[in-house]
Design a protein around this ligand. Sequence first.
Ligand code: ANZ
Ligand code: ZN
Length: 803
Amino acid sequence: MNMSIIKYDPLKIEKKWQGYWDKRKLYKATDFSKKSKSYILLEFPYPSGDGLHVGHCRPYATLDAIARKKRMQGYNVLFPMGWDAFGLPTENYAIKNRVHPNVATKNNIANFKRQMKSLGLSFNWDREINTTDPKYYKWTQWIFLQLFKNGLAYKKKMAINWCPSCKIGLANEEVVDGKCERCGAQAEQKEKEQWMLAITKYADRLIKDLDTVNYLDRIKTQQINWIGKSFGAEVDFKVENSDKKITVFTTRVDTIFGVTAVVIAPENVLVREIVSREKEKEVQEYINESKKKNEFERTQLEKEKTGVFSGSYAINPINKERIPIWVGDYVVASYGGGAVMMVPAHDERDYQFAKKYNLDIKEVVSGGDTIKSAFCEYGKLTNCGEFSGLSSQEAIEKITKWLEENKCGQKKVQYRLRDWVFSRQHYWGEPIPIIHCPVCGMVPVLEKDLPVKLPYVKKYQPTGTGESPLDAIKKWVNVKCPTCRGSAKRETDTMPNWAGSSWYFIRYTDPKNNKQIADPKKMNYWLPVDWYNGGMEHTTLHLLYSRFWHKFLYDIKVVPQPEPYLKRTSHGMVLAQDGQKMSKSRGNVINPDEIVKQYGADTLRVYEMFMGPFDQAIAWDTNGMIGVRRFLDRLWNFSVNCSDQKKSSKEALSVLNHLVKKVTEDLDQMKFNTAVAAFMEFSNFISEHQNDIGKDIIEKLLILLAPFAPHIAEELWQRLIGKKSIHLQPWPEYNEKLIKNELVTLIIQVNSKVRDKIEIVADIAEEEVRKIVLSREKIKQLVKEEEIKNIIFVKGRLINIIV
Ligand code: ANZ
Ligand code: ZN
């Protein structure tokens, strides 16, 4: 049979090998294996009705290559996958298409799984989890109960962001530029009792412990800024003719002599207590108006600041000055004390406010011109009584001390981070396992009664009143109180879609455990996650939430370490060919199914790695992908034609040695694109040196390629070698010594013109090369040493002497 007529046909081989690997459980992660463990984690997807798109495939293909290489290097690799399936999109889809969310979820998962399998990803499917499975959410509810019992889950009436279109409350993070993240409607404010999780209690540790993990710098920075630790002081302003006081938070207590008003947020409960009778109506109208705006609109520097005088006055504790109290919605109710001391001379927003309402502007820090704008920098204090002449830094310290001594203020650390609004008035989420008893109050469901299962119902549309659809299911809602056995009612709010993903990586260590969230021995073996890759958009939400839960679970001695992930990286997006974001509405989405059918999964995988630097957004390019397919075709052809007899040349072995080093190092550093480029270069080398290439080189080449293009590598391996699967072969080593002693041809230029060539050891240092080159006769004639202006040296390639 003439081998050369066998063509590369991915459709014929890919399914076959996927079945083969599955059957032999090639990628099984073994609990307690003696090998070193490596836990590699990808964010599990939300199984939407649209299926995967090629953007998903980028982190999948790349981290799959990492996991495969680690296995070949002898690690016991955990590389699991599952489904983050609760949440609004499925509920909305179910309502629109009149299918139950349960059914929609099942179908979507089946489709996602089929697609993932078609890519030949080496997931541990025997550890698959699904956050909507009662056996899973039993433990999500269990964690909630522990939070509740430890005082970290509480109910609070608060103004929440409200989407008038989805008819649900939104967490701050779900409001983007003042709009509902899901449907784009303008978010409003609404008062509602909400379940809250006290993530702020962990704010400091969430910052500090970043020192102990290896996250990309931009990820650390985003988390630190999001938590937003500010150092400052709290100051009490007594309300005149009243026993009330207004507490403000300031980072610039050095400006306290320049305060010309106190401004309080419209939602602050104090407003009602201090407003004068004459001003009541006006203030109420103002409050109603500001309800229509969201926090973003209120606090943006460019937006006009508005307010209304309350009719009352406060006393500045430091100089006993009488200053007006205003109500203004540029002050945020939930930050600091929900009030500010207004210093128009030194704060930009205060300046705008004062200008608009003709309030005094009093300069107390010199260094700028406060007639035209606020001077916001540090400077020297003036008009500040005994504190005049101090620098801002000194004054902050001394004035804070004065306030503390006079019991009207204190040092204060303030965080921007808020507690996490943890309830949703929706059907498709984990029921919150609390029972409301008229006698006993809020009673946790007994742990033996978990899970509190979602009732199977026909109607799961939002009620529109703001209450959960569960509220209407009386059979489910009415229960006996676990404590007094009297009539009581279930909590009808459900958890947000961030709940199940806050601990799923723990469950993979022991996914079927019915007695505990996971066996402590297994957690001890597998945790923490060694490498976690996910989207940048999850940095301040999921990544922070899961770190918080993990720390809590550590505190109650459930998990073995305080940090869940040792390393965190983030991939860039895949944009459409036109450079826009891929979206259904633009019609520019590329479906991986079509690519797999037409070009093969290996082509898609290698292209996703080749398209550009991993952390950058890259536009899809069909031509680039076709180029990758051609490369695989070429590789196929010379491999199937490779003869047993030929002996590899020394040169070819040395080039291969280079490739091993390059691919190994590039994979470790996530430089997938340059690794693929090195393969392509090598394939060019093969074409030009056919007689130098023996079977031993092809064999190594296939092993190197296996993590990138697992199907074609296996097929060729079985044709040529035919022993155990290629994916069970050890990862090739390279010989560092060979690389060091290798000779290269160095080009010698003078003023960028090639003048000479020389064979030298590749690894030689610049100093040495310089000496050797300048002592060569040819060069000596052209260059006088004292005339040299500059020398450009490219290791292993060239030296250019500029005179
Ligand atoms: C007086 C002052 C004078 C301020 C000055 C600044 C400059 P960060 O860094 O974000 O913590 N502030 C305090 N509470 C607020 C609230 N609830 N809503 C809106 N603004 C509030 O900023 C702290 C500063 O933000 C505080 O310091 C306060 O203004 C304002 F020359 O107090 B400052
Ligand atoms: Zn009771």
